[in-house]
Design a protein around this ligand. Structure first.
Ligand code: CP
Ligand code: NVA
Length: 298
């Protein structure tokens, strides 16, 4: 049966660690200059309804390094759901290419693509989840700290797609997740109800107190730009700045999925400071994308 990666809940712990192991090997090969062209003659279709730097470039570059080819399909190229239905697009692509990654507004779009495609479909971000990002982040934390089980992660800011995927991952892998969001901006209720490893507060100081990893994301996600001015007022107490980090313990590390809106959710001093691992994290998007694609194609 073909496998898809639409939600963190699609994987179990064993499968997640299989992808981490593959990713580690692929990263080592890449760094040593050892060819690993296991996707020769294979093609990835990349459907994007929203902008992207990291997701687009790392999937496309990853496919090149694996010996395959990627086709970028911008919103105006295929007009998914307008020029033709999502199921028809999925059925067509399944006859030509080997994998699909899709960045969409509505989570249902990527669910429907997976349902009607006969090839693996990967969620490259939806309004509900960003599972490729969280796989990258957890792989990075293991590299930096050795293990996840003993790690406490504080997620500070908007209860968005990134936060939801973190919640799912915390239940699957058993790390502690302390979330701080303003009232009215909490993560998905069903996700929170399902897991016992995540706590929710509206006090960012409380959330960072015991954290090994302190994580934030933009206050207005793609598609919410018209809410930004209002959100800036509500979210300012949640900014990762030197003052808030006085409440954290000594050896914390800072993560951000990026793009970062410097001066909003994070200050220059924090993102460029000695505790920041954001660019190692961003680099790992490349390696984890390759791991996910290879694992799904096995
Ligand atoms: N973190 C992330 O997904 O970045 P892009 O939006 O640039 O792909
Ligand atoms: N929450 C952000 C993540 C960007 C990578 C968004 O959806 O825009």
């Amino acid at each position: 049966m073909k496998r898809d990666f639409i939600s963190m809940f699609n994987l179990n712990k064993k499968e997640i660690y299989e992808i981490f192991d593959l990713t580690k090997k692929l990263k080592e090969s890449q760094q040593k200059g050892v060819a690993h062209k296991i996707f020769q003659e294979k093609t990835l279709a990349m459907i994007f309804e929203k902008p992207s730097l990291r997701t687009r470039v790392t999937f496309e570059t990853g496919m090149t390094q694996l010996g395959g080819h990627a086709i970028y399909l911008a919103p105006a190229d295929i007009k998914l759901g307008t020029r033709e239905s999502v199921p028809d697009a999925a059925r067509n692509l399944s006859r030509w290419v080997d994998l699909i990654v899709a960045r969409v507004f509505a989570h249902k779009t990527v669910v429907d693509l997976a349902q009607y495609a006969t090839i693996p479909v990967i969620n490259g971000l939806s309004d509900l989840e960003h599972p490729c990002q969280i796989m990258c982040d957890l792989f990075t934390i293991i590299e930096k700290r050795g293990a996840l089980e003993s790690t406490t992660i504080a997620y500070i800011g908007d209860g968005n797609n990134v936060c939801n995927s973190f919640i799912a991952a915390s239940s699957l892998l058993g790390f502690t997740l302390n979330i701080a969001t303003p009232k009215g901006y909490e993560p998905n209720n069903d996700y929170l109800a399902k897991v016992k490893t995540a706590t929710l507060t509206d006090d960012p100081k409380e959330a960072v107190t015991d954290a090994d990893i302190i994580y934030t994301d933009v206050w207005a996600s793609m598609g919410q730009e018209n809410e930004l001015e209002q959100r800036k007022k509500t979210f300012m107490p949640y900014q990762l700045n030197k003052e808030l980090l006085k409440s954290a313990k000594k050896d914390y590390q800072i993560m951000h999925c990026m793009p970062a809106h410097r001066g909003e959710e994070i200050t220059d001093a924090v993102i460029d400071g000695p505790a920041s691992i954001v660019f190692d994290q961003a680099e790992n998007r490349l390696h984890i994308q390759k791991g996910i694609m290879v694992w799904l194609s096995k």
